[in-house]
Design a protein around this ligand. Structure first.
Ligand SMILES: C[S@@+](CC[C@H](N)C(=O)[O-])C[C@H]1O[C@@H](n2cnc3c(N)ncnc32)[C@H](O)[C@@H]1O
Length: 456
């Protein structure tokens, strides 16, 4: 049976009346009912992948409708507003905000995330883009003829330092063809078009590899029927071109003219935002989940082809929520978090350490959130709870409690149902890791919370 929580009551910090102690936080969450307006059950797949949101798949990606509703509720008036996402992932928050002409900033430790976000936030004049893409495909038209790969003009660009990994995931013919496509991408003179093409290249890598498409872990699919990369590329780039056209239409002219004035996205740690103190109106983000996704593993195809100098093992440790990390001597402030760690410690010491590291890392993120928010500004953290080794992992409650130690007030808790999840909703009962739905026995994230904090 799962151990129960035994939270001690602590004193209010500096006697501040808005500070909720751990018991009050737990009660608040128990009383919180599902808000039907936040489940977006009528929203179709084509609506969630509208505009540039169709550019790239991404695990645990936001639906744009959720970001738009939060901006509608909290950004009242004319602005100019500044929207931030410290775990930008595929850049949903930033792309939604750029679409409205706001200033945006964000970070992600994942190389793929920076590329996707940059592509998704950069509207390109549609005729110019169509011409660049048509020229690109024309230059590679010789790839359409089955069996004819050799080209004097485009010597395959295959990263030598990662050749072993590349050969593990791709067949020799695919490697050759991808190498030619990549060489042609590197010849692209227009920088925005180049980022657009690289984003498409990154997206089709999974389709063209031996990777089991339905898996949330890097797994070989022995029966996969792998098509020609150029065909997958063409199909996806045409979709992206349409997405760009629709995006261009909605982005205000002042932003189209000088997107770099409005957009700043960096590949760096969430605890170091590329913006000054008290500059952000709203932060809309979803943190990584503890020991669920290993983003470094999941995006390794992009990393080995596009960032071959990266040491995959060392890089993994930089991610928050990874199982490759332990906490060390940093103190965990949240009482709810400490109780969870202690209960987990009784059944699995390593997992207890990973969960503690995750909570402490997140505590440091809330400090950074506090630094960059304007007074009266909001942060919206989307997170779900789960069970690991029979222990309830109350991420949402820990986040709400921890925010207060960083000087934020818990302003509002929204509980939402997730109707068509991109996340797998089950965990393997033994390992606690995400598993294919038919193999697992414990529900992972059937509902989730949006925890809204306010900087007083
Ligand atoms: C749940 S995903 C965000 C998805 C995003 N909301 C979207 O719509 O695509 C969490 C992200 O946190 C990133 N991440 C993990 N550790 C990080 C760190 N130390 N600093 C910055 N980002 C990190 C992961 O790479 C991942 O992209």
């Amino acid at each position: 049976m799962a151990p129960t929580l035994t939270i001690p009551k602590q004193k209010k910090v500096n006697g501040k009346s808005k500070f909720l102690d751990s018991g009050e936080i737990l009660d608040l969450f128990k009383k919180t009912k599902i808000s039907s307006g936040w489940s977006f059950e009528g929203v179709t797949r084509s609506q969630t992948s509208k505009l540039s949101h169709c550019y790239h798949r991404y695990p645990a990606k936001f639906i744009p409708q959720l970001v738009e509703k939060l901006m509608d509720e909290y950004l009242i008036g004319h602005g100019p507003f500044h929207v931030n996402d410290l775990f930008m992932g595929s850049g949903t928050t930033l792309a939604c905000a750029i679409g409205r002409g706001y200033y945006v900033s964000g970070t992600d430790i994942n190389y793929s995330a920076e590329l996707i976000t940059r592509a998704k936030c950069t509207p390109i004049e549609p005729i110019l883009l169509k011409n660049r893409v048509a020229k690109f495909l024309e230059d590679l038209s010789f790839l359409n003829e089955a069996g004819l790969l050799s080209s004097k003009k485009y010597k395959p660009q295959i990263p030598k330092s990662k050749l072993e990994r590349i050969q593990y995931w791709f067949t020799p013919e695919t490697i050759e063809e991808l190498g030619i496509i990549l060489r042609r991408i590197d010849c692209e003179k227009d920088n925005r078009a180049k980022v657009f093409l690289r984003c498409c290249f990154s997206h089709v890598l999974k389709t063209c590899s031996r990777w089991l498409m339905s898996s949330t872990k890097p797994t070989i699919d022995k029966n996969k029927n792998i098509g020609k990369p150029i065909n997958a590329f063409k199909k996806h780039i045409n979709k992206m071109v349409k997405g760009n056209e629709a995006f261009w239409e909605i982005v205000p002219e002042k932003v189209r003219k000088d997107v770099n004035k409005y957009f700043i996205a960096k590949r760096q740690d969430a605890r170091r935002q590329p913006t000054d103190d008290s500059t952000v109106d709203i932060q809309i983000t979803s943190s990584p989940y503890v020991t669920s996704y290993e983003y470094a593993d999941l995006h390794q195809l992009t990393t080995i082809w596009l960032e071959p100098e990266v040491d995959l093992k060392g890089y993994k440790k930089e991610f928050i929520g990874t199982s490759a990390k332990s906490n060390g001597i940093r103190a965990l402030k949240s009482y709810i978090g400490r109780d969870i760690r202690d209960n987990l410690y009784k059944v699995n010491k390593k997992m207890a350490d990973e969960v503690e590291a995750f909570f402490v890392d997140m505590q440091e993120c809330f400090d950074e959130t506090h630094r960059i928010l304007k007074h009266g500004g909001r942060c919206c953290y989307v997170i779900g709870n789960t069970k690991l080794k029979g222990v309830d992992i109350l991420n949402a409650e820990v986040f709400a409690e921890s925010m207060q130690y960083s000087g934020l007030e818990v302003d509002r808790i929204i509980k939402r149902e997730i109707p068509s999840k991109i996340l797998p909703s089950k965990r393997d009962a033994k390992t606690g890791r995400f598993a294919a739905n038919d193999k697992a026995s414990v529900f992972a994230y059937p509902t989730e919370y949006i925890i809204i904090g306010r900087k007083p």
